[in-house]
Design a protein around this ligand. Structure first.
Ligand code: GUN
Length: 296
């Protein structure tokens, strides 16, 4: 069994971005600038957004964190987005999900300028992704693809079982793994809460992407020997022994599952850092594309 080390792979990507960003500076070009919008006081969301802002600083990007209260109205959030859309200094806009119930996530996502859609959630980005066109790919599935690429995992012809059908992970990764690319060229089964015989399907999988958000759901008897396991789960589970009061658990029971796998992502240190790498790559791309088009 070998580890798909997301910290290591993301480090490589971040170093490359740091060099490219410094090079832009040398050439007198604009510094990539991410605007992150955080609504409310969800502890996990705060942690994620803070990690994204910190990662921006590490690679030399600018970032602006906009914190809004839980009771924000939809129209107030829409006008925040509009300001960011037209601000020439902002290259990428990220609105951390979930949003409070009075705000329609779809309306907010649709309001983001597709040129600045570094989360890849806008229908224009999603449509392009489905057509196999070059576009912003949602950060987590993008990170997973980058991780498979980093470790040169040959995926052509493999049966990938994706568990979870969210727009953030399950659906986009099922599309990407089925694309005629490397990594890709998989035969994909997309499973969800109503799937029958989920355990049997998992046992047939060459690759399992677990993105259902149920801690330690995948047990050793659900995994075929030699399978590749990508664990997207990162659930906070109460742990009085920890200073924070919680431990982070993946969707797989790592200790029992890992010995059966050819490759496995740890939690933390697997998909999480790759999500950040994906976001940074998207932000850099947004900057290059907008900056280059404004020069002409
Ligand atoms: N919530 C959970 N994952 C994500 C993500 O990748 N982007 C945003 N914006 N919100 C999320």
């Amino acid at each position: 069994m070998e580890i798909l080390d997301g910290r290591l792979a993301s480090q490589t990507i971040r170093e490359e971005l740091k060099l490219k960003t410094a090079q832009r500076g040398v050439e007198g070009k604009k510094t990539p600038h991410l605007a992150a919008v955080l609504v409310g006081n969800n502890g996990a969301s705060e942690t994620y957004v803070n990690a994204k802002v910190k990662a921006c600083a590490e690679v030399g990007f600018k970032s602006t964190l906009i914190k809004l209260t839980e009771d924000i109205t939809e129209s107030a959030l829409l006008s925040t987005i509009e300001k960011l859309n037209v601000d020439p200094d902002i290259d990428g806009i990220l609105v951390q999900l979930p949003l409070p119930k009075q705000v329609s996530e779809n309306k907010i996502i649709n309001a983001i300028n597709p040129l600045k859609d570094v989360d890849g959630f806008h229908p224009v980005s999603v449509g392009k992704m489905i057509q196999g066109l070059d576009t912003f790919i949602p950060a987590t599935p993008y990170g997973i693809m980058l991780l498979l690429e980093h470790y040169k995992i040959e995926t052509a012809g493999l049966h990938a079982v994706v568990i979870g059908r969210s727009n953030i992970v399950g659906r986009p990764i099922s599309i990407l793994l089925s694309n005629n690319t490397q990594p890709g060229n998989c035969t994909v089964t997309l499973c969800h809460s109503r799937t029958r015989n989920l355990e049997a399907l998992c046992r047939e999988a060459d690759i399992i992407v677990a993105a259902l958000g149920k801690p330690e759901f995948i047990r050793a008897d659900m995994v075929k020997g030699g399978a590749i396991l990508v664990d997207v789960g990162i659930t906070r589970v109460a742990d009085p022994g920890k200073k924070s009061g919680f431990a982070l658990k993946g969707d797989a029971h790592f200790e029992s599952v890992a010995p059966k796998c050819s490759w496995i992502t740890p939690v933390p240190g697997g998909v999480g850092p790759m999500t950040i790498a994906g976001l940074l790559k998207n932000t850099f791309r947004a900057c290059e594309e907008q900056d280059d088009s404004s020069e002409q």
